[in-house]
Design a protein around this ligand. Structure first.
Ligand code: DWN
Length: 407
């Protein structure tokens, strides 16, 4: 029996993706024998509606001194966070002395933009040392720790109350969600703001983007589940914003209860979640069916194309680890992966051991088809490739359904 990480109710199982490696554990040949696998099984809580993994490997094996993902690999995401920084400063009339903290700031995050704009009273918190070191080299003040209630106590002792707390694509990663909310509640000033965004459950279900489910994403949130998490504390969601980033996300604006006027958007999104029966067993069983269908169709497509053509994957993402391992896609179907991240290059993809090469290799070995592993960056990639790969090759995607994209 597995209990909900928020409300301790027994979780409802509805499917398993089988044994999975750690999504960002890109490896060398000599590490294959000792590769770690765990069962990737999403579940949902019938009481608080929280969609979550049944099992998550030890967080220390996911976030460490050599974390593979650097957010600066996407120009467009950098602009997204820069824009958010400017809009928060303006909308909430921030003062240069206000304390701004980002949970999970990776290689610089939003605090980097605050720092660049003269908001030097900032702090980024991240458990992975290499990304923290990179952020430090940009002049960002960092704390190399997991964020929880205890870290929050240290931050308050050393820096005081927080005016704005950010977390972008971070909350979904931390299994001890109660300790995270305790920390937020403890740190936030009376007029403080907590702004957080993560992949949205509704988008994931609609697009059958099951690849958002992997070891790091212990939760896929909805507005309903975030409201239930806030309810235990002196916190409430006062606004929400639908985003196109990360394949479809929801941004939540949270403040102390009664401090802000609640936007009508909150009710609108809640009604939408209710009207499509987001939390019914049927919805999740349909998702399971859609995943199985998607797997069969993707395999059929790749098998047909790979008979006479070379296929590569564009982006060695965390998400491709789920796709390739769930579908059983190895180098007989996808010959290689190209990725701009130096510490993924010349390694093998987790589980299926497809070789990963840099962009130059890709240009010298142009395939006929490219699987959009980094499909969430489609606009940026198509722009970059319009006079390169797109001139001769065709793009494949698994979402919203496996297909050759028609541009
Ligand atoms: O939540 C998370 C998100 C925000 O980032 C983390 N759990 C880990 C990571 O997830 P991901 O690995 O699925 O992220 P991306 O942003 O989809 O990864 C894109 C990958 O593609 C990077 O390795 C860089 C690469 N890339 C590339 O080779 N050429 C990306 C672009 C835009 C490119 O042009």
């Amino acid at each position: 029996m597995t209990l909900c990480r928020n409300c301790s109710t027994e979780l409802n199982d509805f499917m398993t993706f089988g044994k999975m490696p750690i999504a960002n554990a890109f490896l060398e040949k000599n590490q294959i024998k000792s590769e770690y696998f765990f069962e990737l099984a999403p579940t949902f809580c019938p009481k608080c509606s929280l969609f979550q993994l049944k099992f998550q490997p030890d967080p220390n094996s996911l976030f460490h001194e050599n974390y593979a993902f650097f957010a600066n690999t996407s120009e467009k995401m950098q602009r997204h966070f820069e824009d958010l920084t400017k809009s928060v400063i303006e909308q909430f009339k921030l003062k240069k002395t206000d304390l701004i903290v980002e949970i999970g700031n990776n290689d610089g995050g939003m605090v980097k933009y605050f720092n660049d704009l003269g908001y030097s009273n900032h702090l980024g918190v991240d458990p992975s040392k290499n990304v923290c070191d990179f952020a430090k080299s940009l002049g960002v003040r960092v704390k190399n720790e997991f964020f929880n209630h205890e870290t929050a106590r240290d931050i308050k002792r050393d820096y005081g109350d927080v005016k704005v707390l950010f977390a972008a694509n971070t909350l979904a990663h931390i299994a001890d969600i109660t300790s995270v909310f305790e920390g937020i509640d403890f740190l936030l000033s009376k007029d403080g703001l907590f702004i957080t965004e993560d992949p949205y459950l509704l988008d994931l279900l609609k697009k059958t983007s099951y690849d958002q489910i992997y070891d790091e994403h212990v939760f896929i949130f909805s507005l309903t589940s975030i409201i239930k998490l806030c309810e235990k504390f002196d916190l409430e969601v006062f606004d929400v914003e639908k985003l196109k980033t990360a394949g479809g996300s929801l941004r939540y604006y949270i403040a102390r209860r009664g401090q802000k006027i609640i936007s009508p958007r909150v009710q609108m999104v809640l009604s939408e979640e209710r009207s499509i029966d987001l939390f019914s067993e049927e919805t999740f069983l349909r998702f399971k069916y859609n995943c199985e269908q998607s797997k069969n169709d993707l395999l059929t497509l790749l098998q047909a194309k790979s008979k006479n053509h070379k296929i590569a994957s564009y982006g060695a993402t965390s998400k491709t680890t789920t796709i390739f391992n769930y579908c059983g896609i190895d180098s007989s179907l996808i010959e290689f992966i190209t990725d701009t991240t130096p510490n993924k290059q010349n390694k093998l993809s987790p589980g299926m051991h497809i070789p990963i090469y840099d962009y130059e290799y890709f240009l010298n070995n142009i395939p006929e088809y490219c699987f959009l592993g980094a499909w969430n960056h489609i606009d940026e990639i198509l722009e970059k490739e319009k006079n390169m790969f797109s001139l001769s090759g065709q793009w494949l995607s698994h979402t919203p359904k496996p297909q050759v994209l028609d541009f």
